[in-house]
Design a protein around this ligand. Structure first.
Ligand code: UDP
Ligand code: MG
Length: 334
């Protein structure tokens, strides 16, 4: 024939489909959660463009408007740039939800998250990409954090504690500036204040976690959205993360272990008292009776709690393993 494969101009439909396919796969997604940052948007966008335009990568900038009540949304919308994607929340759900939504919608081979308040400098993006050749995820380290002492001091303690508990050897878990390979983004499940534990969760799933020092600027426009209450919430989440890392797989093995220990001592005490009762001794006024009953009942409670935990874990089907290769994957067309 007249038409030869390889000259897509003759096949306008096929050409546009192919084009669409290519344009759907991007090299880089920048995710920026914003909550009432109207004065920062345009300057941030310009700075980002300076950096991104020389990278020679297909990228998208995803702004997740976390229920702003100022003109944040309108400001982003006013920017004429097809590389921008705006996701607007119904209300303020928090940074973890914003990041999670950005993760789910992102199309880049690499993903970078950063704060929208100009405290994170876009100039670090190439350094993140460079380091991502080496690690599955890279966390920023605000070596000279430009925030009040009321924030930096608790943060220091928090970082030391998290580092100790999770065993992830990085210095700054809090930093919102982070880079990921696609894989990691796909497999991290965020809620609550969990965005601060992403390095721990990634490490736990078997990904390598690196760290680079990043410059940090003071906040010029707008207010910080976080106060002391987030420290408290964060601490509760640290307990959850610790629990997740240690026992998510087998809750029964933790609660059951404690339960059996308590229950067993309860039964021993009861048997002892029973033997006294059989031989005709009065046991009704002995405090030991109370202890025996308590331990037996509490032990049974713990074992039941572990069982329920085990059932929930098994029925939720959010596997905590990642299949690196599956010979059946292609056959099943997945
Ligand atoms: N942010 C958000 N939702 C919130 C709180 C904050 O999307 O509920 C965004 C905020 O707009 C900023 C980033 O998260 O882009 C970091 O917030 P902030 O600067 O207040 O935190 P800090 O730097 O003081 O720790
Ligand atoms: Mg900030």
């Amino acid at each position: 024939g007249i038409y030869t494969i390889g000259y897509p101009a003759y096949f306008p439909d096929a050409y546009s489909i192919q084009n669409d396919y290519i344009s759907n796969k991007l090299d880089l997604s920048i995710i920026i959660p914003v909550y009432n940052e109207e004065e920062n948007i345009l300057e941030l966008y310009e700075k980002l463009c300076c950096v991104l335009s020389v990278l020679d990568k297909r990228y998208e900038i995803i702004f997740v408007d976390d229920g702003s009540t100022d003109n944040t949304f309108e400001t982003i919308k006013s920017i004429q740039d097809s590389n921008i994607r705006i996701l607007r929340f119904q209300r303020n759900y928090g940074k973890a939800a914003a990041l999670s939504c950005g993760f789910n919608k992102s199309r880049g081979e690499y993903v970078i998250t950063m704060d929208g308040d100009l405290q994170d400098d876009p100039k670090e993006i190439p350094r993140f990409l460079e380091k991502l050749k080496e690690f599955d995820m890279v966390s920023g380290w605000k070596v000279k954090r430009q925030d009040p002492l009321s924030k930096t001091l608790p943060s220091k303690c928090f970082n030391k504690l998290t580092r100790f508990i999770t065993g992830v050897k990085i210095n700054d878990f809090n930093c919102g500036y982070k880079g990921y390979r696609r894989e990691v983004v796909k497999n991290i499940n965020l809620y609550g204040e969990f965005h601060r534990y992403i390095p721990a969760l990634a490490h736990w799933k078997g990904y390598t976690v690196g760290e680079i020092e990043v410059e940090h600027h003071p906040r010029i426009h707008g207010k910080s959205k976080y106060g002391a209450e987030r420290l408290f919430k964060g601490f509760l989440d640290l307990i959850t993360v610790t629990f997740l890392m240690l026992y998510k797989k087998r809750p029964l093995h933790m609660f059951g272990g404690i339960g059996m220990l308590l229950g067993f001592s309860g039964i021993i005490i009861s048997l002892y008292l029973f033997s006294l009762w059989v031989t005709g001794t009065r046991i009704g006024d002995r405090p030991l009776l109370m202890l025996g009953i308590l331990l037996t009942v509490i032990g049974a409670q713990f074992i039941s709690l572990g069982l329920i935990g085990e059932l929930i874990t098994n029925s939720r089907n959010n596997d905590d393993y990642i299949i690196k290769f599956d010979s059946h994957e292609l056959e099943n067309g997945r």
